[in-house]
Design a protein around this ligand. Sequence first.
Ligand SMILES: [Zn+2]
Length: 312
Amino acid sequence: MSEIFHPPSGFVWPEGTRFAASLTFDVDAESGALAFDSTFHRRMSLMTHQSYGPTVAVPKLLAMLEHHGIPATFFVPGYTADLYPDMVKQIADAGHEIAHHGWMHEKTTSLTDEQEAEMLDRGLESLDRVGVRPVGYRAPWWEYNYRTTDLLLDRGFAYDSSLLDGDVPYRFTSGEGADRDLVEIPVDWALDDWEQFAFYPEWTGSGLIESPRKALQMWSDEASVAAAAGNCFVLTNHPFISGRPTRLSALSQLVDHLESLDGVWFATLQQIAEHSANTLSDIKIHRRIPDPGAQPGQSGDGHPLGHLHDNL
Ligand SMILES: [Zn+2]
């Protein structure tokens, strides 16, 4: 990979390590489909496609992580925790981090302030019932709102992992004069299994299901460059997608590759957030883009690709 341009990020990782790698699992299960259309509860086959995650995939994923001796972060919607409390306890008992992922995997961009606050509280209550007090949050569909920062800080969260503007973690706050901040651990759609494999008729995906070999190659290249640049490699998987046999095998091979890279720090996002909060001094404020108004050629709600937007 030496011929590939990879400027050093300048991020200082814990002594003896040169970059971080974190496997994250969003245990959406039924909630991701029901948030899209609540009448999907009548579709038995679709419900089994989703329940494959907590019932079949998670135990296999836990075994794979144990085999490699690495920790991971599991984002669990409150609805999933209510349906599968024993699974959540199994994950926690294995030493992995449990973090917040909404209640019913809500479409956060269409919520009011009050509804988003209620969604956060409801998710916290569900996790509390299984003995978990999360410090991390990932917005469903990675749709974080400008108001979300204060809602998270009010509830004692330490980090978010939904934004897409960094190769390494950073600290940020909600605006000028704010005296508290969160850590962001950025994500990337190229490092998400949904785009590679997800397909269910009349719900999601194009019908194209990629080969796990292709995803393994793509993610291995991402990992190699993250190692060379000193970046933070964050992979997002969904148990109902990546717990399928061949994909699970590819994921294990990806961990083999990460283990072969010099200076890897396998960490939960909580560990990465704590390290970042302790070592970074700059605090970012995101620029708010003012409404530019309807542009020539735009119609309706202004989405030229409205039909694609509907499918996400
Ligand atoms: Zn999700």
